[in-house]
Design a protein around this ligand. Sequence first.
Ligand code: UD1
Ligand code: CA
Length: 468
Amino acid sequence: MSSVSTDRKRTAPIAAVILAAGKGTRMKSHLPKVLHEVADLSLIEHVIRSVSIAKPERLVVIVGHEAEAVEARVRTAYPGAVTALQDPPMGTGHAAMQARAALEGFEGDVFILFGDTPLIRSATYARVVETKAAANATLAVLGFHAVDPGAYGRLVTSADGELEAIVEAKDASPDQLAIRYCNSGVMCVEARALFRLLDKVEPRNAQGEYYLTDLVALARAEGGRCVAVAGEEAEMLGVNSRRDLAQAEAAFQDRARDAAMIEGVTLTAPQTVFFSHDTVLGRDVRVGPNVVFGPGVVVEDSVEIRAFSHLEGAVVASGAQIGPYARLRPGADIRSKARIGNFVEVKNAVFEAGAKANHLTYVGDAHVGADANIGAGTITCNYDGFLKHRTKIGRDAFVGSNSALVAPVEIGDGATVAAGSTITRDVSADALAVGRAQQVEKAGLAKKLRAKLAEAKAALLGRARDKS
Ligand code: UD1
Ligand code: CA
């Protein structure tokens, strides 16, 4: 099969080095820049996620500012990752040098990436490796044509398209500043050449830093070939400020909305729906306006999620209907054709097939049996101030409006709880439980009361007139 040979090409060893030692001063934050989030996932995890699709043999993250916090996150995201410390930061070339020990003995291609560019797709990384291999180059750089090249490094290319040098904006001549082909920061370098070239980098430039970008001219001076690959500008956004962060979030959301629609999801008002990095939606899911997905949501086929609903850590099975104005919190497990209506909050609770809670209800730490009906204003009183307790509601049970179910408590299959009940003891299957004060009736008493009150009011008004 022809795919065998291409697979072989792809499994050529790759290592990835992610530079994340910078301070991120412009974020004005106590949190390290790369731990700020887009779609509920930190910037560095976005980078790790897309580069890990290329199956790197080694993944090295260069940390510096707030190293421990960054390291902790990196380890959970990618247990095989190695971190190396850069202290103090002296430029991107200096940062890359810190990977030397971690890459000892590695043969293949080394990807050097920045921890603050969360939007680069794995397919784009793959294209860089492929172009490098096809050109038999020492080094490949991911570039982009910028509408406004600003402070980006400029890619200087020859007439036949060879990459000759990268010049930082601060060091560029007016002619070079006019170039709109820019450096994304992503570079792929032959491992054997990398540290030999890095050793030659000197901080002789406007910023007095060791520039990673100098590798291009240094490789060429050795007779090596360098190539540039053009990518989409939208992917290259580097987050330096809160405004950039918001822009990255907006770009991610647009991408997620598009992807959902391409996969067969109807979004009535796409711009008002917000996804998390891991939201999964099935075919023919319909999502109304102003719906927000937090992390960990899986929605199966043909579910309808109506306007203004908020879901997080929830699974919704096919044919279920959620909202409008519903809130599904972590552990909500809504089975097929169940219905969760307006102002209903569900936390850590199963709604079996066909079960319903249509209005104004809180169901937490509970199991609701198939086809059970939970009336408006029902509350599972799951917390006693110290511990959480469970409520079990049987299949076909009917809970009348404004009932308080004081957990731990069990309502049997087919049982009915009368409206306004406070249920503190288990209810047997098929039983009717009434847990409220008895209604009493006193004949004619309303009429007498009215007369008495009217008399009192008239007396009061009379006294006020006499005074004035
Ligand atoms: C860099 C590139 C520039 C490119 C731009 C793209 C260099 C010299 N310049 O510039 O050509 O157009 O990115 O966004 O490479 N870092 C460290 N240690 C350091 C310095 C930086 O780990 O000593 C990390 C930062 O945390 C960040 C990344 O490297 O993740 C980029 O650093 P930054 O200072 O933002 O580079 P730019 O000036 O934007
Ligand atoms: Ca930057």
